[in-house]
Design a protein around this ligand. Structure first.
Ligand SMILES: [Zn+2]
Length: 258
């Protein structure tokens, strides 16, 4: 449990946190219970592509309109007053609705804040909230599930998030500032007492932070590395003495009962 590491975290100069799929909104939020709109409820259980798209539209709209959430509260508590940085491979924007410092978060796979051209014909990003509102209004008035078109080339707009399907067309503009802050912060970790906490990251994008964390833990003499995952918790022998692999779902590890 996270509580067991509180002292070590307090003791560290810097704390680096990676957040993966085990803490994705899809795992933490039961959309089918939270979104009570009957138009959304009608879409549940329908497997055709259009219904799936429309469900995603409602779920993304729900995520964008969220206020502050408490899914990460135990993490907020242990990081209070610490010099930390959080990187996530999730594309749900959920961590930005926590109480964590937004200037200390980077989400290279996107947040769902924008649409982009699926081609893409250029790097333009379109605010998602406007498009989502249009799609929902049209669907609720006519029953027709529509999609959005790129105003420049007419191809469909897609969410500006990095997934297996979109990785070759993903427009990277939105996260680059936070990424620059992240790499700058990492440079300061050298020879510092660094506590690395990896929560629920699988092998979807291991080059993002799973492998880099291993490398940092290996080269930093004063690093401590804790990896948490229900099944993909394994850690190489070279990290013996510095690393700890915890076979537990990250949600359970946080100890947040909801
Ligand atoms: Zn286009």
């Amino acid at each position: 449990m996270l509580k067991d590491y509180e002292k070590q975290i307090k003791d560290a100069d810097l704390v680096l946190v990676g957040i993966g799929k085990e803490l994705h909104a899809k795992k933490l939020i039961q959309f089918e219970k939270e979104i009570t709109n009957p138009n959304y409820q009608k879409l549940l259980g329908k497997d055709d592509e259009k219904s799936q798209w429309m469900r995603t539209v409602y779920e993304r709209d729900y995520l964008l309109k969220l206020g502050e959430v408490d899914y990460f509260q135990p993490l907020e508590e242990v990081l209070e007053g610490k010099n930390y940085f959080v990187i996530t491979s999730n594309d749900d924007g959920l961590i930005y609705h926590s109480k964590l410092d937004k200037a200390k978060i980077t989400a290279p796979c996107g947040n769902g804040d924008f649409f982009q051209c699926s081609k893409p014909c250029d790097e333009q990003l379109y605010p998602a909230n406007l498009g989502l509102a249009d799609l929902i209004k049209y669907y609720e008035e006519t029953g027709i599930i529509d999609s959005l078109e790129c105003p420049k080339c007419g191809q469909p707009l897609i969410f500006n998030v990095r997934t297996e399907e979109t990785k070759s067309v993903y427009v990277e503009g939105a996260y680059l500032n936070s990424w620059a802050n992240y790499t700058k912060w990492l440079q300061k970790t050298l020879n510092k007492k660094l506590f690395i906490l990896e929560l629920g990251e699988g092998f979807e994008t291991p080059s993002l932070f799973r492998w880099p964390f291993e490398k940092m833990a290996f080269y930093n003499e004063k690093a401590t590395f804790v990896r948490v995952h229900k099944s993909l918790y394994q850690m190489g022998k070279e990290l013996k003495g510095k690393g700890e692999a915890i076979a537990m779902d990250s949600k359970e590890f946080l100890g947040n009962e909801r």
